[in-house]
Design a binder for this molecule. Structure first.
Ligand SMILES: [Zn+2]
Length: 212
């Protein structure tokens, strides 16, 4: 399959794919007055690094055996991202306070790639998107519930997302985790304190055990 996309669109896509991994993430939440407000959280990459550092202590030595299985996966994810990005762009530029991987990815996205790099850039984009999705999966608590109802904000009921093996699976748009309910489509978030409000908007019963 060959797609003909203008080069500007390619660099825009690369920019987006890099942002999905190392950019701050916009998160919407519903306030107590019912209004949708926005805020930013750390990037997927930084959150996973921080999570691993917290679980491993500051000793500097990696002790994968002491990590729960999900975080052994997190360690693999981080090693894969760091090693692959280093191969893509060996030059990490000058130290600007960011990690080498973040600096390399920013340099990668800032470069105007000539048309002969088109295929390579497309491969990077695909890989960056897979990492971002898999990373988000790692950051989500293991236990979650699905609400089989249309999202009150965007009306979407089901989404298709890659699992850790990269296979696309069908999921309810509204997923409840320890942090709250998040729409996988428009990313609107309801804090647990607003579940009653959400339930009222959906006109449905919440799964047992969700409410305190
Ligand atoms: Zn939604």
């Amino acid at each position: 399959m060959t797609r003909t996309t203008p080069r500007a669109a390619v660099s825009h896509e690369l920019d987006d794919a890099v942002h999905a991994l190392i950019g701050h993430r916009l998160r919407n939440h519903i306030d107590s007055d019912g209004a949708i407000r926005s805020g930013y959280s750390e990037s997927v990459y930084d959150e996973i690094r921080a999570e691993l550092a917290a679980r491993q202590g500051d000793g500097g030595s990696l002790r994968p055996r002491s990590l729960p299985p999900a975080w052994v996966e997190g360690l693999d994810w981080l090693s894969d991202v760091d090693a692959t990005v280093a191969a893509w762009h060996p030059d990490a530029g000058g130290d600007n306070g960011h990690t080498e991987t973040v600096r390399r990815l920013n340099l990668l996205a800032a470069t105007a790639w000539a048309p002969e790099y088109r295929e390579t850039v497309d491969e990077w984009i695909a890989q960056l998107r897979r990492w971002a999705e898999a990373g988000k999966g790692l950051l989500e608590p293991v236990h979650r519930w699905e609400l089989v109802a249309a999202c009150p904000a965007c009306q979407v009921r089901t989404v298709h997302r890659p699992d850790t093996a990269g296979e696309y699976v069908r999921q309810a748009a509204l997923q409840i985790t320890a942090d709250g309910c998040v729409c996988q489509s428009c990313h609107t978030r309801w804090a647990p304190t607003h579940y009653r409000l959400l339930a009222a908007a959906l006109g449905c019963e919440l799964p047992t055990g969700v409410l305190e």
